[in-house]
Design a protein around this ligand. Sequence first.
Ligand code: FAD
Ligand code: 2HG
Ligand code: ZN
Length: 497
Amino acid sequence: GSAATEIQRNTSFSTLNVDDISYFKEILGEKNVIQDKDVLLNANTDWMRKYKGSSKLLLQPKTTNEVSQILKYCNSRRLAVVPQGGNTGLVGGSVPVFDEVKSCHVIINVGSMNNIIAFDKVSGTLVCEAGCILENLVSFLDDQGFIMPLDLGAKGSCQIGGNVSTNAGGLRLVRYGSLHGNVLGLEVVLANGDVLDMLGTLRKDNTGYDLKHLFIGSEGSLGIVTKVSILTPLKLSSVNLAFLACKDYFSCQKLLLEAKSKLGEILSAFEFLDNQAMDLVRYFWLEKLKVLNHLEGARNPLHSSMHNFYVLIETTGSNESYDREKIEAFLLRSMEDGLISDGVLAQDINQASSFWRIREGVPEALMKAGAVYKYDLSLPVEKMYDLVEEMRLRLGQTAKVIGYGHLGDGNLHLNISAPQYNDAIFAQIEPYVYEWTSKHRGSISAEHGLGLMKANKIFYSKSPETVQVMGSIKKLLDPNGILNPYKVLPYLLSSYH
Ligand code: FAD
Ligand code: 2HG
Ligand code: ZN
Protein backbone atom coordinates (compact mmCIF):
# COMPACT_ATOMS: atom_id res chain seq x y z
CA GLY A 1 0.00 0.00 0.00
CA SER A 2 1.21 3.40 1.00
CA ALA A 3 4.46 2.30 2.68
CA ALA A 4 6.50 2.82 -0.49
CA THR A 5 5.66 6.49 -0.64
CA GLU A 6 6.40 7.12 3.03
CA ILE A 7 9.84 5.53 2.97
CA GLN A 8 12.95 7.45 2.21
CA ARG A 9 15.49 5.26 0.49
CA ASN A 10 18.95 4.86 1.91
CA THR A 11 21.17 6.42 -0.75
CA SER A 12 24.43 5.23 0.76
CA PHE A 13 24.10 1.70 -0.65
CA SER A 14 26.23 0.72 -3.65
CA THR A 15 25.05 -0.91 -6.83
CA LEU A 16 26.00 -4.54 -7.23
CA ASN A 17 28.62 -4.97 -9.98
CA VAL A 18 30.50 -7.73 -11.83
CA ASP A 19 33.47 -7.55 -9.48
CA ASP A 20 31.16 -8.26 -6.56
CA ILE A 21 29.78 -11.32 -8.33
CA SER A 22 33.31 -12.56 -9.10
CA TYR A 23 34.34 -12.12 -5.50
CA PHE A 24 31.34 -14.09 -4.22
CA LYS A 25 32.01 -16.87 -6.76
CA GLU A 26 35.56 -17.04 -5.57
CA ILE A 27 34.65 -17.58 -1.93
CA LEU A 28 31.44 -19.63 -2.32
CA GLY A 29 31.97 -21.47 -5.58
CA GLU A 30 30.01 -20.84 -8.77
CA LYS A 31 26.89 -22.84 -7.91
CA ASN A 32 26.23 -21.11 -4.58
CA VAL A 33 26.03 -17.70 -6.21
CA ILE A 34 22.54 -17.65 -7.66
CA GLN A 35 21.40 -15.29 -10.40
CA ASP A 36 18.70 -17.52 -11.92
CA LYS A 37 15.52 -15.47 -12.54
CA ASP A 38 13.01 -18.06 -11.33
CA VAL A 39 14.88 -18.81 -8.12
CA LEU A 40 15.25 -15.08 -7.48
CA LEU A 41 11.58 -14.43 -8.12
CA ASN A 42 10.72 -16.80 -5.27
CA ALA A 43 13.39 -15.41 -2.99
CA ASN A 44 12.10 -11.89 -3.69
CA THR A 45 8.49 -12.75 -2.84
CA ASP A 46 7.19 -13.41 0.65
CA TRP A 47 4.93 -16.31 1.67
CA MET A 48 1.75 -14.24 1.46
CA ARG A 49 2.79 -12.81 -1.94
CA LYS A 50 2.27 -9.38 -0.45
CA TYR A 51 5.83 -8.05 -0.22
CA LYS A 52 8.16 -8.07 -3.20
CA GLY A 53 11.78 -7.17 -3.80
CA SER A 54 14.04 -7.04 -6.84
CA SER A 55 17.34 -8.46 -5.65
CA LYS A 56 19.51 -9.90 -8.41
CA LEU A 57 21.63 -12.09 -6.15
CA LEU A 58 21.11 -14.94 -3.73
CA LEU A 59 24.07 -16.34 -1.83
CA GLN A 60 24.13 -19.78 -0.21
CA PRO A 61 27.10 -20.09 2.15
CA LYS A 62 28.03 -23.50 3.60
CA THR A 63 30.12 -22.43 6.57
CA THR A 64 30.27 -19.73 9.21
CA ASN A 65 33.54 -18.58 7.72
CA GLU A 66 31.86 -18.03 4.35
CA VAL A 67 29.07 -16.02 6.02
CA SER A 68 31.75 -13.97 7.73
CA GLN A 69 33.61 -13.28 4.49
CA ILE A 70 30.38 -12.29 2.70
CA LEU A 71 29.32 -9.88 5.43
CA LYS A 72 32.74 -8.32 5.78
CA TYR A 73 32.76 -7.68 2.06
CA CYS A 74 29.18 -6.36 1.91
CA ASN A 75 29.90 -4.06 4.81
CA SER A 76 32.98 -2.58 3.18
CA ARG A 77 31.17 -2.25 -0.16
CA ARG A 78 27.92 -0.90 1.44
CA LEU A 79 25.80 -3.64 -0.07
CA ALA A 80 22.50 -4.27 1.74
CA VAL A 81 21.95 -7.78 3.08
CA VAL A 82 18.68 -9.60 3.67
CA PRO A 83 19.06 -12.77 5.75
CA GLN A 84 16.47 -15.28 4.61
CA GLY A 85 15.52 -18.66 6.04
CA GLY A 86 12.47 -20.62 4.91
CA ASN A 87 10.80 -17.37 3.82
CA THR A 88 7.66 -18.16 5.81
CA GLY A 89 7.69 -14.91 7.80
CA LEU A 90 4.42 -12.98 7.84
CA VAL A 91 5.55 -9.36 8.22
CA GLY A 92 7.62 -8.78 5.08
CA GLY A 93 10.91 -9.15 6.95
CA SER A 94 12.49 -11.88 4.84
CA VAL A 95 12.47 -10.24 1.41
CA PRO A 96 14.39 -7.23 0.13
CA VAL A 97 12.47 -3.98 -0.40
CA PHE A 98 13.03 -0.60 -2.04
CA ASP A 99 15.74 -1.96 -4.31
CA GLU A 100 13.92 -1.67 -7.62
CA VAL A 101 15.73 1.48 -8.71
CA LYS A 102 19.22 0.61 -7.58
CA SER A 103 20.30 -3.01 -7.38
CA CYS A 104 21.91 -2.97 -3.96
CA HIS A 105 20.50 -5.98 -2.09
CA VAL A 106 22.02 -9.40 -1.56
CA ILE A 107 19.89 -12.20 -0.12
CA ILE A 108 21.77 -14.63 2.11
CA ASN A 109 20.23 -17.99 2.87
CA VAL A 110 22.01 -20.36 5.25
CA GLY A 111 19.81 -23.31 4.17
CA SER A 112 22.90 -25.29 3.11
CA MET A 113 24.18 -25.06 6.67
CA ASN A 114 21.90 -27.84 7.86
CA ASN A 115 24.05 -30.18 9.93
CA ILE A 116 23.24 -31.44 13.38
CA ILE A 117 26.41 -30.87 15.38
CA ALA A 118 25.70 -32.59 18.67
CA PHE A 119 22.91 -33.99 20.78
CA ASP A 120 23.26 -34.74 24.47
CA LYS A 121 20.59 -37.13 25.71
CA VAL A 122 21.21 -36.49 29.38
CA SER A 123 20.66 -32.73 29.24
CA GLY A 124 18.50 -32.72 26.08
CA THR A 125 20.67 -30.08 24.41
CA LEU A 126 20.73 -30.02 20.64
CA VAL A 127 23.40 -28.06 18.80
CA CYS A 128 22.83 -27.55 15.10
CA GLU A 129 23.44 -25.22 12.19
CA ALA A 130 20.93 -22.45 11.62
CA GLY A 131 19.72 -23.72 8.23
CA CYS A 132 18.18 -26.90 9.66
CA ILE A 133 14.49 -27.12 8.76
CA LEU A 134 12.35 -27.36 11.88
CA GLU A 135 10.60 -30.55 10.74
CA ASN A 136 13.94 -32.26 10.13
CA LEU A 137 14.99 -31.46 13.68
CA VAL A 138 11.67 -32.84 14.88
CA SER A 139 12.32 -36.14 13.03
CA PHE A 140 15.89 -36.37 14.27
CA LEU A 141 14.77 -35.85 17.85
CA ASP A 142 11.86 -38.25 17.53
CA ASP A 143 14.32 -41.09 16.92
CA GLN A 144 16.12 -40.08 20.10
CA GLY A 145 12.91 -39.86 22.13
CA PHE A 146 12.84 -36.05 22.30
CA ILE A 147 10.79 -33.20 20.84
CA MET A 148 11.45 -29.59 19.84
CA PRO A 149 10.16 -27.04 22.37
CA LEU A 150 8.37 -25.24 19.55
CA ASP A 151 5.95 -26.37 16.89
CA LEU A 152 4.26 -24.34 14.17
CA GLY A 153 2.33 -24.78 10.95
CA ALA A 154 5.31 -23.70 8.83
CA LYS A 155 7.57 -26.48 10.23
CA GLY A 156 8.06 -28.09 6.81
CA SER A 157 9.89 -25.01 5.46
CA CYS A 158 11.00 -22.70 8.26
CA GLN A 159 14.58 -22.91 9.50
CA ILE A 160 15.66 -22.91 13.13
CA GLY A 161 17.73 -19.78 12.41
CA GLY A 162 14.56 -18.08 11.15
CA ASN A 163 12.63 -19.28 14.19
CA VAL A 164 15.27 -17.85 16.52
CA SER A 165 15.47 -14.60 14.55
CA THR A 166 11.70 -14.10 14.81
CA ASN A 167 11.47 -15.57 18.34
CA ALA A 168 8.69 -17.74 16.95
CA GLY A 169 6.02 -18.76 19.45
CA GLY A 170 3.71 -21.39 18.04
CA LEU A 171 1.49 -24.10 19.41
CA ARG A 172 3.40 -25.30 22.48
CA LEU A 173 4.59 -22.04 24.03
CA VAL A 174 1.98 -22.38 26.76
CA ARG A 175 3.88 -25.46 27.99
CA TYR A 176 7.56 -24.91 27.18
CA GLY A 177 7.85 -21.13 27.13
CA SER A 178 9.54 -18.91 24.56
CA LEU A 179 12.86 -19.28 22.75
CA HIS A 180 14.33 -16.76 25.19
CA GLY A 181 14.12 -19.61 27.70
CA ASN A 182 14.92 -22.55 25.43
CA VAL A 183 17.77 -21.24 23.33
CA LEU A 184 20.93 -21.89 25.35
CA GLY A 185 23.43 -20.51 22.91
CA LEU A 186 23.99 -18.99 19.49
CA GLU A 187 26.75 -18.37 17.03
CA VAL A 188 26.16 -15.12 15.17
CA VAL A 189 28.05 -13.27 12.45
CA LEU A 190 27.98 -9.49 12.79
CA ALA A 191 27.73 -6.99 9.94
CA ASN A 192 31.51 -6.47 9.93
CA GLY A 193 32.16 -10.20 9.66
CA ASP A 194 33.10 -10.77 13.30
CA VAL A 195 31.89 -14.11 14.62
CA LEU A 196 30.32 -14.05 18.09
CA ASP A 197 30.73 -17.47 19.68
CA MET A 198 27.97 -17.62 22.27
CA LEU A 199 27.23 -21.26 21.53
CA GLY A 200 27.02 -22.37 25.15
CA THR A 201 25.03 -25.38 26.25
CA LEU A 202 24.60 -24.41 29.89
CA ARG A 203 21.30 -23.82 31.63
CA LYS A 204 22.90 -21.32 33.94
CA ASP A 205 25.56 -18.79 33.02
CA ASN A 206 25.48 -15.35 34.61
CA THR A 207 28.75 -14.01 33.30
CA GLY A 208 27.98 -10.51 32.14
CA TYR A 209 25.31 -9.40 29.67
CA ASP A 210 23.53 -12.29 27.99
CA LEU A 211 24.00 -11.01 24.45
CA LYS A 212 22.36 -13.93 22.68
CA HIS A 213 18.99 -12.49 23.70
CA LEU A 214 19.61 -9.48 21.45
CA PHE A 215 19.57 -11.77 18.44
CA ILE A 216 16.52 -13.78 19.47
CA GLY A 217 13.72 -11.88 17.76
CA SER A 218 15.89 -9.24 16.08
CA GLU A 219 14.72 -10.38 12.62
CA GLY A 220 18.08 -10.32 10.88
CA SER A 221 18.73 -6.69 11.75
CA LEU A 222 21.72 -7.24 14.05
CA GLY A 223 23.53 -10.27 12.66
CA ILE A 224 23.18 -13.60 10.90
CA VAL A 225 22.53 -16.58 13.14
CA THR A 226 24.71 -19.49 12.01
CA LYS A 227 24.42 -22.01 14.87
CA VAL A 228 21.90 -22.70 17.58
CA SER A 229 22.02 -24.61 20.83
CA ILE A 230 18.59 -25.42 22.17
CA LEU A 231 17.04 -27.25 25.08
CA THR A 232 14.73 -30.05 23.96
CA PRO A 233 12.13 -31.76 26.16
CA LEU A 234 11.76 -35.54 26.42
CA LYS A 235 9.01 -37.00 24.30
CA LEU A 236 6.34 -38.15 26.72
CA SER A 237 4.26 -41.20 25.93
CA SER A 238 0.79 -39.93 26.56
CA VAL A 239 -0.66 -37.22 24.34
CA ASN A 240 -4.37 -36.38 24.23
CA LEU A 241 -6.13 -33.89 22.00
CA ALA A 242 -9.69 -32.65 22.32
CA PHE A 243 -11.61 -30.64 19.74
CA LEU A 244 -14.34 -28.71 21.50
CA ALA A 245 -17.12 -26.25 20.79
CA CYS A 246 -18.11 -23.29 22.98
CA LYS A 247 -21.22 -21.20 22.62
CA ASP A 248 -19.56 -17.87 23.38
CA TYR A 249 -16.20 -16.27 24.03
CA PHE A 250 -16.82 -16.03 27.75
CA SER A 251 -17.05 -19.84 27.90
CA CYS A 252 -13.70 -20.13 26.07
CA GLN A 253 -12.13 -17.94 28.73
CA LYS A 254 -13.63 -19.88 31.59
CA LEU A 255 -12.55 -23.10 29.93
CA LEU A 256 -8.97 -21.81 29.78
CA LEU A 257 -9.01 -21.04 33.47
CA GLU A 258 -10.47 -24.47 34.24
CA ALA A 259 -7.92 -26.19 31.99
CA LYS A 260 -5.10 -24.42 33.79
CA SER A 261 -6.40 -25.41 37.19
CA LYS A 262 -7.53 -28.98 36.41
CA LEU A 263 -4.99 -30.03 33.75
CA GLY A 264 -2.19 -27.64 34.68
CA GLU A 265 0.74 -30.05 34.86
CA ILE A 266 -0.12 -31.83 31.60
CA LEU A 267 -1.60 -28.99 29.52
CA SER A 268 0.48 -28.55 26.33
CA ALA A 269 -1.71 -26.45 24.01
CA PHE A 270 -4.80 -24.29 24.22
CA GLU A 271 -5.84 -22.87 20.85
CA PHE A 272 -9.05 -21.28 19.63
CA LEU A 273 -10.83 -20.52 16.35
CA ASP A 274 -14.03 -18.57 15.84
CA ASN A 275 -16.72 -19.81 13.45
CA GLN A 276 -15.47 -17.56 10.65
CA ALA A 277 -12.00 -19.10 10.91
CA MET A 278 -13.56 -22.56 10.98
CA ASP A 279 -15.74 -21.88 7.90
CA LEU A 280 -12.78 -20.59 5.98
CA VAL A 281 -10.45 -23.47 6.81
CA ARG A 282 -13.10 -26.14 6.19
CA TYR A 283 -13.83 -24.68 2.77
CA PHE A 284 -10.09 -24.65 2.07
CA TRP A 285 -9.64 -28.34 2.99
CA LEU A 286 -12.80 -29.30 1.12
CA GLU A 287 -11.46 -27.74 -2.09
CA LYS A 288 -8.00 -29.20 -1.55
CA LEU A 289 -9.19 -32.70 -0.71
CA LYS A 290 -11.81 -32.73 -3.48
CA VAL A 291 -8.92 -32.74 -5.90
CA LEU A 292 -7.40 -35.67 -4.01
CA ASN A 293 -10.78 -37.44 -3.75
CA HIS A 294 -10.41 -37.65 0.00
CA LEU A 295 -13.40 -35.78 1.36
CA GLU A 296 -13.62 -37.30 4.83
CA GLY A 297 -10.44 -35.43 5.70
CA ALA A 298 -12.38 -32.17 5.53
CA ARG A 299 -15.10 -33.27 7.92
CA ASN A 300 -15.93 -31.13 10.90
CA PRO A 301 -14.90 -33.30 13.85
CA LEU A 302 -18.07 -32.17 15.61
CA HIS A 303 -21.58 -33.20 14.63
CA SER A 304 -22.88 -29.77 13.95
CA SER A 305 -21.13 -26.80 12.44
CA MET A 306 -23.38 -24.32 14.21
CA HIS A 307 -20.99 -23.42 16.99
CA ASN A 308 -19.57 -19.98 17.62
CA PHE A 309 -16.15 -21.01 18.90
CA TYR A 310 -13.85 -24.01 18.72
CA VAL A 311 -11.08 -24.86 21.17
CA LEU A 312 -8.26 -27.39 20.90
CA ILE A 313 -6.86 -28.64 24.17
CA GLU A 314 -3.81 -30.87 24.15
CA THR A 315 -2.31 -32.62 27.14
CA THR A 316 1.10 -34.28 27.26
CA GLY A 317 2.18 -36.44 30.15
CA SER A 318 3.82 -39.69 31.12
CA ASN A 319 0.97 -41.82 32.41
CA GLU A 320 -1.54 -42.91 29.77
CA SER A 321 -4.38 -44.12 31.97
CA TYR A 322 -4.04 -41.29 34.47
CA ASP A 323 -3.89 -38.60 31.78
CA ARG A 324 -6.81 -40.06 29.86
CA GLU A 325 -8.94 -40.27 32.98
CA LYS A 326 -8.02 -36.75 33.85
CA ILE A 327 -8.97 -35.19 30.53
CA GLU A 328 -12.15 -37.28 30.29
CA ALA A 329 -13.25 -36.12 33.72
CA PHE A 330 -12.40 -32.55 32.76
CA LEU A 331 -14.47 -32.77 29.57
CA LEU A 332 -17.43 -34.32 31.34
CA ARG A 333 -17.40 -31.66 34.01
CA SER A 334 -17.06 -28.84 31.47
CA MET A 335 -19.96 -30.28 29.49
CA GLU A 336 -22.13 -30.48 32.63
CA ASP A 337 -21.20 -26.93 33.59
CA GLY A 338 -22.16 -25.73 30.12
CA LEU A 339 -18.67 -24.49 29.26
CA ILE A 340 -18.53 -26.72 26.22
CA SER A 341 -21.48 -27.52 24.00
CA ASP A 342 -19.90 -30.36 22.05
CA GLY A 343 -16.56 -32.11 21.86
CA VAL A 344 -14.49 -35.08 20.71
CA LEU A 345 -11.36 -36.59 22.12
CA ALA A 346 -9.04 -37.91 19.40
CA GLN A 347 -9.06 -41.71 19.45
CA ASP A 348 -5.72 -42.18 17.74
CA ILE A 349 -2.80 -40.32 16.29
CA ASN A 350 -4.46 -39.99 12.86
CA GLN A 351 -7.50 -38.32 14.31
CA ALA A 352 -5.28 -36.04 16.37
CA SER A 353 -3.36 -35.05 13.23
CA SER A 354 -6.62 -34.28 11.45
CA PHE A 355 -7.61 -31.93 14.29
CA TRP A 356 -4.25 -30.17 14.11
CA ARG A 357 -4.58 -29.93 10.32
CA ILE A 358 -7.68 -27.81 10.80
CA ARG A 359 -5.95 -25.40 13.16
CA GLU A 360 -2.67 -25.29 11.26
CA GLY A 361 -4.45 -24.82 7.92
CA VAL A 362 -5.91 -21.41 8.80
CA PRO A 363 -2.97 -19.24 7.58
CA GLU A 364 -2.90 -20.99 4.21
CA ALA A 365 -6.69 -20.86 3.92
CA LEU A 366 -6.50 -17.11 4.51
CA MET A 367 -3.73 -16.68 1.97
CA LYS A 368 -5.74 -18.57 -0.68
CA ALA A 369 -8.96 -16.67 0.09
CA GLY A 370 -7.73 -13.35 -1.33
CA ALA A 371 -6.17 -10.26 0.15
CA VAL A 372 -5.43 -10.49 3.86
CA TYR A 373 -4.63 -7.88 6.47
CA LYS A 374 -2.86 -9.72 9.26
CA TYR A 375 -2.57 -8.60 12.90
CA ASP A 376 -0.78 -10.60 15.56
CA LEU A 377 -1.68 -9.13 18.92
CA SER A 378 -1.01 -9.79 22.58
CA LEU A 379 -4.01 -8.63 24.57
CA PRO A 380 -5.55 -9.32 27.96
CA VAL A 381 -7.62 -12.47 27.35
CA GLU A 382 -10.83 -10.95 28.70
CA LYS A 383 -10.65 -8.04 26.22
CA MET A 384 -9.26 -9.87 23.22
CA TYR A 385 -12.40 -10.82 21.38
CA ASP A 386 -14.02 -7.38 21.81
CA LEU A 387 -11.64 -6.16 19.13
CA VAL A 388 -12.80 -8.82 16.67
CA GLU A 389 -16.40 -7.80 17.23
CA GLU A 390 -15.63 -4.10 16.93
CA MET A 391 -13.84 -4.73 13.66
CA ARG A 392 -16.88 -6.58 12.32
CA LEU A 393 -19.02 -3.56 13.14
CA ARG A 394 -16.54 -1.21 11.50
CA LEU A 395 -16.17 -3.24 8.32
CA GLY A 396 -19.73 -4.47 7.82
CA GLN A 397 -20.04 -6.54 4.65
CA THR A 398 -16.88 -5.21 3.01
CA ALA A 399 -14.56 -7.83 4.48
CA LYS A 400 -14.51 -10.96 6.62
CA VAL A 401 -13.06 -10.64 10.09
CA ILE A 402 -11.42 -13.80 11.39
CA GLY A 403 -10.29 -14.33 14.97
CA TYR A 404 -8.20 -17.25 16.13
CA GLY A 405 -4.92 -17.99 17.83
CA HIS A 406 -3.04 -19.00 20.91
CA LEU A 407 -5.62 -18.24 23.57
CA GLY A 408 -3.50 -19.88 26.26
CA ASP A 409 -0.80 -17.25 25.61
CA GLY A 410 -3.14 -14.26 25.23
CA ASN A 411 -2.25 -14.06 21.53
CA LEU A 412 -4.97 -13.15 19.03
CA HIS A 413 -4.49 -13.62 15.29
CA LEU A 414 -6.87 -11.05 13.87
CA ASN A 415 -7.14 -11.44 10.11
CA ILE A 416 -9.21 -9.37 7.75
CA SER A 417 -9.90 -11.09 4.47
CA ALA A 418 -11.14 -9.24 1.40
CA PRO A 419 -11.34 -10.03 -2.31
CA GLN A 420 -8.67 -7.39 -3.04
CA TYR A 421 -6.50 -4.93 -1.17
CA ASN A 422 -8.52 -1.76 -0.88
CA ASP A 423 -7.70 1.65 0.61
CA ALA A 424 -11.16 2.14 2.09
CA ILE A 425 -10.93 -1.14 4.00
CA PHE A 426 -7.39 -0.36 5.08
CA ALA A 427 -8.50 3.01 6.45
CA GLN A 428 -11.09 1.25 8.62
CA ILE A 429 -8.42 -1.03 10.08
CA GLU A 430 -5.35 1.15 10.65
CA PRO A 431 -4.52 2.93 12.84
CA TYR A 432 -7.63 1.76 14.73
CA VAL A 433 -6.28 -1.75 15.50
CA TYR A 434 -2.93 -0.39 16.72
CA GLU A 435 -4.53 2.34 18.82
CA TRP A 436 -6.93 -0.12 20.39
CA THR A 437 -4.06 -2.50 21.21
CA SER A 438 -1.94 0.27 22.65
CA LYS A 439 -4.83 1.55 24.75
CA HIS A 440 -5.17 -1.89 26.32
CA ARG A 441 -1.41 -2.11 26.86
CA GLY A 442 -1.15 -4.98 24.43
CA SER A 443 1.57 -5.71 21.90
CA ILE A 444 1.20 -5.07 18.17
CA SER A 445 3.42 -8.08 17.55
CA ALA A 446 2.98 -11.06 19.81
CA GLU A 447 5.10 -13.48 17.77
CA HIS A 448 5.56 -12.60 14.08
CA GLY A 449 7.83 -9.60 14.59
CA LEU A 450 7.76 -6.12 13.07
CA GLY A 451 9.50 -6.73 9.74
CA LEU A 452 8.62 -4.16 7.12
CA MET A 453 4.94 -4.12 7.96
CA LYS A 454 5.28 -2.68 11.45
CA ALA A 455 8.74 -1.06 11.60
CA ASN A 456 7.12 2.35 11.85
CA LYS A 457 4.51 1.17 14.34
CA ILE A 458 6.88 0.19 17.12
CA PHE A 459 5.86 3.21 19.24
CA TYR A 460 2.41 1.70 19.78
CA SER A 461 4.11 -0.90 21.99
CA LYS A 462 7.44 0.60 23.08
CA SER A 463 8.35 3.92 24.69
CA PRO A 464 10.48 6.47 22.75
CA GLU A 465 13.35 5.98 25.22
CA THR A 466 13.29 2.23 24.70
CA VAL A 467 13.26 2.56 20.92
CA GLN A 468 16.15 5.02 21.16
CA VAL A 469 18.26 2.44 22.97
CA MET A 470 17.35 -0.12 20.31
CA GLY A 471 18.58 2.38 17.70
CA SER A 472 21.86 2.77 19.58
CA ILE A 473 22.36 -0.99 19.67
CA LYS A 474 21.62 -1.20 15.96
CA LYS A 475 24.15 1.54 15.30
CA LEU A 476 26.78 -0.15 17.44
CA LEU A 477 26.43 -3.55 15.77
CA ASP A 478 25.66 -2.42 12.23
CA PRO A 479 27.05 1.12 11.79
CA ASN A 480 26.45 1.15 8.03
CA GLY A 481 22.89 -0.11 8.35
CA ILE A 482 23.45 -2.92 5.84
CA LEU A 483 21.51 -5.62 7.70
CA ASN A 484 17.88 -5.94 6.67
CA PRO A 485 17.35 -2.23 5.96
CA TYR A 486 13.90 -0.66 6.42
CA LYS A 487 12.86 -3.48 8.78
CA VAL A 488 12.17 -3.69 12.53
CA LEU A 489 13.09 -0.11 13.52
CA PRO A 490 11.75 3.13 12.07
CA TYR A 491 13.86 4.13 9.08
CA LEU A 492 15.73 7.03 10.66
CA LEU A 493 16.92 4.83 13.51
CA SER A 494 18.01 1.91 11.38
CA SER A 495 19.97 3.66 8.64
CA TYR A 496 22.91 5.99 8.82
CA HIS A 497 24.43 8.17 6.18
P1 FAD B 1 12.15 -16.20 7.22
O1 FAD B 1 10.73 -15.99 6.94
O2 FAD B 1 13.02 -16.53 6.07
O3 FAD B 1 12.75 -14.91 7.95
C1 FAD B 1 12.08 -14.33 9.03
C2 FAD B 1 12.96 -13.19 9.61
O4 FAD B 1 14.12 -13.73 10.19
C3 FAD B 1 13.45 -12.22 8.56
O5 FAD B 1 13.50 -10.94 9.13
C4 FAD B 1 14.85 -12.70 8.22
O6 FAD B 1 15.68 -11.65 7.79
C5 FAD B 1 15.30 -13.28 9.52
N1 FAD B 1 16.19 -14.46 9.40
C6 FAD B 1 15.92 -15.66 8.85
N2 FAD B 1 16.96 -16.50 9.00
C7 FAD B 1 17.92 -15.81 9.67
C8 FAD B 1 19.24 -16.11 10.15
N3 FAD B 1 19.80 -17.31 9.98
N4 FAD B 1 19.91 -15.14 10.80
C9 FAD B 1 19.38 -13.91 10.99
N5 FAD B 1 18.16 -13.57 10.56
C10 FAD B 1 17.43 -14.51 9.92
N6 FAD B 1 5.18 -17.73 13.75
C11 FAD B 1 5.00 -17.93 15.06
O7 FAD B 1 5.64 -17.26 15.87
N7 FAD B 1 4.09 -18.85 15.51
C12 FAD B 1 3.36 -19.62 14.67
O8 FAD B 1 2.54 -20.42 15.11
C13 FAD B 1 3.57 -19.46 13.28
N8 FAD B 1 2.89 -20.20 12.40
C14 FAD B 1 3.09 -20.01 11.07
C15 FAD B 1 2.37 -20.81 10.19
C16 FAD B 1 2.51 -20.64 8.82
C17 FAD B 1 1.73 -21.52 7.87
C18 FAD B 1 3.40 -19.64 8.32
C19 FAD B 1 3.57 -19.44 6.84
C20 FAD B 1 4.12 -18.85 9.21
C21 FAD B 1 3.98 -19.02 10.59
N9 FAD B 1 4.69 -18.24 11.51
C22 FAD B 1 4.49 -18.45 12.85
C23 FAD B 1 5.59 -17.14 11.11
C24 FAD B 1 7.02 -17.41 11.57
O9 FAD B 1 7.74 -16.21 11.79
C25 FAD B 1 7.81 -18.27 10.67
O10 FAD B 1 7.13 -19.38 10.23
C26 FAD B 1 9.22 -18.71 11.13
O11 FAD B 1 9.61 -18.49 12.45
C27 FAD B 1 10.18 -17.99 10.23
O12 FAD B 1 11.22 -18.84 9.89
P2 FAD B 1 11.84 -18.79 8.42
O13 FAD B 1 13.03 -19.69 8.42
O14 FAD B 1 10.83 -19.04 7.39
O15 FAD B 1 12.35 -17.28 8.36
C1 2HG C 1 -0.51 -19.32 13.43
O1 2HG C 1 -0.60 -19.32 14.66
C2 2HG C 1 0.45 -18.38 12.78
O2 2HG C 1 -1.13 -20.14 12.73
C3 2HG C 1 -0.21 -17.54 11.68
O3 2HG C 1 1.09 -17.59 13.71
C4 2HG C 1 -1.19 -16.54 12.21
O4 2HG C 1 -2.38 -16.32 10.16
C5 2HG C 1 -2.02 -15.78 11.20
O5 2HG C 1 -2.37 -14.64 11.47
ZN1 ZN D 1 0.52 -17.98 15.73
